[in-house]
Design a protein. Structure first.
Length: 188
């Protein structure tokens, strides 16, 4: 067997790990419920949005990443997840079943409010004037304290980029400029 034939598989017999599952379009919430009914730990990051219609305003929860749901499983749960109606397949990278680090799931939970609110302290004032586009910055207050990313824009509002490498997505957030501090300068 040569190196090209080797496939990486992070499923473990004992230690549960997070994996991304691809679902049918607009079936994420149904799949979440079905997996939970089977006793399988699952997480669906949602964003809360206000939709305005002709005669009413509704608050809705939509999946943050369309057709994705995250499961924390061991090897014995692999087939039951695949056998769940509306599950299409596990998300693989170069035909490898790669686990998603716990810290990336925790970050998603923090960004979407899926975790209990953390205590908010008054952060030290960081001057946005000293930050420039492309700087690596860290959030120093609120429930996202400690999250790092790249400053994308500087126009009174700070647009912030966080890359979740193992999921294959980047998140763009708007962060109050006073909650940012520089931690490094990116190579330009």
């Amino acid at each position: 067997m040569n190196a090209v034939d080797f496939k990486e598989n992070h499923l473990d017999e004992i230690v549960p790990r997070w994996f991304a599952v691809y679902t049918r379009y607009k079936r994420e919430k149904v799949v979440l419920k079905r997996l939970q009914e089977k006793g399988i730990q699952a997480y669906l990051p949602v964003q809360r949005l206000t939709r305005r219609y002709d005669r009413k305003v509704r608050d809705v929860e939509l999946p943050l990443i369309s057709c994705y749901i995250f499961t924390r499983i061991t090897r014995k749960n692999y087939v039951p997840v695949l056998d769940t109606p509306d599950v299409l397949h596990f998300v693989q990278f170069s035909n490898n079943l790669i686990a998603i680090p716990e810290r990336e799931i925790l970050l998603l939970q923090r960004v979407t409010g899926g975790q209990a609110e953390l205590e908010i302290e008054q952060p030290p004032t960081a001057l946005l004037g000293t930050l420039t586009t492309g700087d690596e910055v860290e959030i120093v207050g609120g429930r996202l304290t400690g999250v790092r990313g790249i400053l994308l824009e500087k126009n009174g509002k700070a647009n912030f980029l966080i890359e979740l490498r193992n999921i294959g997505f980047s998140l763009h957030l708007q962060v109050e400029p006073s909650l940012l501090r520089r931690v490094g300068v990116r190579n330009r």
